[in-house]
Design a protein around this ligand. Structure first.
Ligand code: PRP
Length: 231
């Protein structure tokens, strides 16, 4: 396999990345070594023409934008926040969650006051409140966002909500859902031109694999519901 024909794929480290890899494997791009626990970061399968890298989830888009990877899987939150110059090829339907504004359960807003918003997503927050003509003061944090209103550092937060457990356990509640989030398959723009056939083949196979998985899940839910009705 000549070096430049490999498809270089940046996988987001962690649970989401493992699910993304499973979709690639199902689509015909296996490289089982990827799932072995090691400190290794690069894995390749010459037969499938694919090379995987584990990168920090918020860095995937940078690797792809700059061409260090041809493809990657990045959350819609990251794509909206950093607006990388990449192609968004497929909604992988994985890592589903939502971006939301949340506040302490007893919070009452005063629209006349500047709202203090703690977030990891200053651009998304700025756009959201600009659309509503609301003055805000952004407090940019890197994690444990839920702590900010609890300690009086902010009035509200804008953050990812998946199960809602972190909000509940810190006595916060969703005030508004900003947008639904899921992981997207993204491609480097020039890589997409040079490896067009390979990338389009992979994107189609991934779409098919994702559809098959979601149809199986839907069929299982339907069967379980039917079984419950018959009980
Ligand atoms: C994310 C997010 C929320 C939490 C939401 O944090 O920022 O804090 O997950 O998930 P839940 O609704 O299922 O509770 P992450 O785990 O990435 O850690 P962080 O606090 O370091 O950002």
């Amino acid at each position: 396999m000549s070096e430049d024909r490999y498809l270089n794929v940046a996988l987001p480290k962690g649970r989401l990345g493992e699910k993304v890899y499973a979709a690639f494997e199902k689509a015909g791009y296996p490289c089982p070594e990827v799932m072995e626990n090691s400190r290794k970061l690069v894995f390749e399968n010459p037969d499938a023409g694919v090379r995987y890298f584990w990168v920090k989830p918020s860095d995937v888009a940078i690797y792809v934008e700059r061409g260090a990877a041809d493809l990657g899987a990045a959350g819609k939150d990251i794509l909206l926040e950093y607006a990388p110059d990449v192609y968004e090829l497929v909604d992988l339907g994985l890592g589903k969650c939502r971006m939301a504004v949340a506040a302490p359960e007893n919070y009452r807003d005063d629209p006349e006051r500047t709202l203090r918003v703690a977030t990891k997503f200053p651009n998304i927050a700025r756009n959201y409140y600009a659309d509503r003509g609301r003055d805000i003061d952004i407090i940019r944090l890197n994690g444990s966002i839920e702590l900010a209103p609890v300690l009086g550092l902010s009035d509200v937060i804008m953050d990812i909500v998946e199960t809602g457990t972190t909000l509940r356990e810190n006595h916060l509640a969703v005030v508004d859902t900003v947008l639904p989030i899921s992981a997207r398959l993204i491609a480097n723009k020039s890589g997409y031109r040079f490896k067009n056939r390979e990338i389009r083949r992979l994107a189609a196979a991934i779409s098919e694999a994702i559809t098959a998985v979601s149809m199986t899940a839907a069929a299982k839910t339907a069967a379980a519901t039917e079984a419950k009705i018959q009980l």
